[in-house]
Structure formats: structure tokens, C-alpha cells
Design a protein around this ligand. Structure first.
Ligand SMILES: [Zn+2]
Length: 105
């Protein structure tokens, strides 16, 4: 998985999910700490991974329902969050910031 990249100069870890859709459209971004250029993994690879993540959570939701789970119950909330985040991450790759970062209260 390439959910994060490491600046080759200062070794800061940069989370790909923290990047905006505009940043993801570039081949490289500037390190927030030392401003060195850091190459991003190819968009094709990232989209493949994020599509796989969305499929995986969809399959888990189907299993949950098949096992008698109620999607409106509190037990389903983590699944819902995961689905929303996976969808949002894929959206960013396609140029849409569906969700802004969710801050816990
Ligand atoms: Zn750096």
C-alpha cells in the first residue's frame, strides 16, 4: 500500500489521504517541512488501490447484512465511515473533494 510517502531529504512522512484533489493532480508535491520536491505514486496505481478499498468495504457490508446485521444500527457505523472515507479518497483522485477532513469533536 502506498498510503504515505517519505520525503527523501528530511524523512518526513506525508499521508496521501491528507492531500487535496489539486495536489493529487500533480506528479510531485512540496514537503511541508523542508519544501523539497517529493514524487507521488502514479495516479493509476492510487486509483487501483482506492477502487479495491471501496470494493472491499462493499463486500464487508454485504457480509454484514447477510449475517443478519442492520445497516442502520450503531454496529454498522464503522462500516459506514469506512465506506464514506474510501469513496471520498477515490473522489479526490478524480478531482472531487467530497469530504473535507472530519475532525473528531
Ligand atoms: Zn522534507
Amino acid at each position: 500500500m502506498t498510503d504515505s510517502i517519505i520525503c527523501p531529504k528530511c524523512l518526513t512522512t506525508i499521508e496521501i489521504k491528507e492531500l487535496t484533489s489539486a495536489q493529487l493532480r500533480m506528479a510531485a508535491i512540496l514537503c511541508p517541512r523542508c519544501e523539497a520536491e517529493v514524487d507521488l505514486p502514479p495516479a493509476r496505481e492510487r486509483i487501483k488501490q482506492k477502487t479495491a478499498r471501496l470494493h472491499a468495504v462493499g463486500a464487508r457490508a454485504e457480509e454484514f447484512v447477510a449475517a443478519g446485521g442492520d445497516l442502520k444500527s450503531p454496529e454498522a457505523a464503522p462500516l459506514g465511515m469506512e465506506m464514506l472515507e474510501a469513496y471520498s479518497e477515490l473522489g479526490k483522485e478524480l478531482g472531487y473533494d467530497i469530504l473535507k477532513k472530519i475532525e473528531p469533536n
